[in-house]
Design a protein around this ligand. Structure first.
Ligand code: NG6
Ligand code: CA
Length: 511
């Protein structure tokens, strides 16, 4: 037998430990599953997580009727990699090209793997995606906006989709249903470019007088609905969205999906546009938060959540449905438009007690609200401080529904089902996080280690501390949740130990 050297022994011991730390398979059951995945919503943005300047009664209801996690993390402090990991059970940093995707990027998720929705399809679920996609569309070279847009969500496990292709601030500003742009007039084809101006329509940089909301940085290309975006587009005039109606449009689609598949089991990935920029909530919410459009968008998000909960109530599905509420990454205040978010913050703290925000390696980048409700199966009004990661939803939901995970699929996802259901307090043995600069951090127990990074300390324009430090950082989160006291020179052994675990994870897919 081959002798194990010290390093490989450590590796083997490490993985044996993680293997026994995960939950055992429980008896399969197939509730409907709704993931409400919000955009850029911070830990401190909602009242159930301590916000006092704003009230979010519908989101708070999920917590009052479910289990609220206080130490749960997304895998990345930006959108595309966070969504990639959630839907594939694999860290995005293992694959190149998974950073913030331009609006004309090719599909990032491989079509030859079984994704989370694909796994649920095998379990008999009807699967739908409504809202933000931002995971690329079409073959290498990008999608054909005027024909069948494929491969896309339907080729990676969804039976139905009604989506915004990328983000609210990126062209093309149109909805897509299954393989087609909605309401596209063939006589007015859509052209999109992220390299050069395309068509003759005004842009933010050339015609700022036409804007209803001025950009603060970037976002100065084609003007759609009075707002200049990232990227240029022409054509598709009849198909263009109206930002102020977007929450209504997506919420109605989500509700219709639930209604149409009420006999279940169904899986709905409801990825809201709120509270990403541009923040243009419906007039029903304007001025209601006293915090400007960012706060009003939080109220609109809460309304949208309430409508979905009402639909479940009306169809008697509340007890038969697991609702999971979370965010793709931490908060940002000025993300490129002059929407008074900074001026009108009014003492509100989007990051809660944590440091940094969206894009950051500091904890507010990835520590996000995470709530699970499933009446009768998850105790109501409970709080868990177990260390958790969104990457584990895949294996946990596979366990719930009795699905085996094929070799190579969901390589970083552990079965934490009993912890998600509050039946166990077992936490993940470590959590790995990725920042905008691809700096990796690792949390284990009380500790967090952030790899050395020579990048800028503060992100220009957004004023967010990125968490970059050329020497690396070590924080004792149990005492110092705000990551103020870097212990790297006082506790070099601890830092080395965490780096070793991080390198082990980096070197081998997680299981
Ligand atoms: C950045 C955009 C920002 C936002 C982000 C993606 C600029 C200056 N900033 O590049 O506004 O769109 O990308 O956000 O263009 S995310 O939530 O989808 O990751
Ligand atoms: Ca986001």
């Amino acid at each position: 037998m081959k002798k194990l050297n010290f390093k490989s022994c450590l590796t083997v011991c490490f993985f044996s430990l993680t293997a026994i730390s995960v939950d055992a398979q429980t008896t399969a059951s197939k509730p409907n599953i709704v993931i409400i995945y919000t955009d850029d919503l911070g830990y401190g943005d909602i009242s159930t997580y301590g916000a006092t300047k704003i009230k979010t009664p519908n989101i708070d209801r999920i917590a009052a009727e479910g289990l609220k996690f206080t130490n749960s993390h997304t895998t990345s402090s930006t959108c595309t990699p966070a969504r990639f990991s959630l839907l594939t059970g694999k860290y995005a940093w293992r694959k190149t090209g998974t950073g913030i995707a331009p609006g004309d990027a090719a599909l990032i998720i491989p079509t030859n793997i079984t994704t989370l929705p694909g796994m649920l399809q095998k379990a008999g679920y009807y699967t739908g995606a409504v809202g933000k996609w931002h995971l690329g569309l079409g073959p290498a070279g990008g999608p054909n906006w005027n024909g069948d847009i494929t491969p896309g969500p339907l080729e990676v496990g969804f039976n139905y989709c009604f989506l915004m292709p990328a983000t609210g601030d990126r062209v093309p500003c149109v909805y897509m249903e299954n393989h087609r742009i909605v309401d596209l007039d063939p006589a007015d084809p859509i052209m999109v470019s992220y390299k050069n101006k395309i068509g003759n329509e005004p842009t933010g940089s050339e015609n700022p007088e036409l804007l209803k909301m001025m950009y603060s940085h970037g976002h100065d290309n084609t003007i759609i609905n009075g707002v200049s975006r990232i990227g240029w587009m022409s054509g598709g005039k009849k198909a263009r969205w109206i930002d102020e109606d977007m929450a209504d449009v997506f919420t109605n689609r989500a509700n219709r999906f639930i209604e149409d598949h009420q006999n279940g089991p169904f899986f709905l990935y409801f990825a809201t546009h709120q509270i990403h920029v541009p923040r243009l909530p419906n007039s029903r919410f304007l001025g209601k938060s006293g915090m400007g459009p960012r706060g009003d968008a939080i109220l609109e998000l809460d309304w949208s959540v309430g409508e979905v909960l009402k639909t479940l109530d009306r169809l008697n599905l509340t007890d038969k449905t697991m609702v999971i509420f979370s965010s793709d990454n931490g908060p940002v205040v000025d993300d490129g438009y002059k929407d008074k978010a900074v001026e009108m913050l009014n003492g509100h703290t989007p990051s809660g007690e944590f440091r940094g925000g969206k894009y950051s390696a500091f904890d507010a980048g990835t520590r996000v609200p995470f709530i699970v409700r499933w009446p009768g199966h998850v105790k109501s009004n409970k709080i868990s401080d177990a260390l958790m990661s969104q990457v584990d939803l895949y294996a946990s939901l596979a366990s719930l529904t009795g699905q085996a995970i094929a070799q190579g699929d969901a390589p970083d996802s552990f079965n934490m089902l009993n912890s998600f259901l509050g039946k166990s307090h077992k936490e993940r043995s470590y959590v790995v996080e990725q920042s905008l600069n691809n700096t990796l951090s690792i949390l284990q127990g009380k500790w967090k280690y952030i790899e050395p990074n020579k990048g800028p300390q503060v992100m220009a324009n957004t004023n967010i501390e990125l968490g970059n430090d050329p020497k690396g950082q070590l924080f004792k989160l149990s005492r110092d949740p705000g990551e103020k006291n870097n212990l790297i020179s006082k506790e070099p052994e601890k830092a080395a130990q965490l780096l070793h675990v991080l390198n082990t994870v980096r070197g081998h897919e997680g299981k």
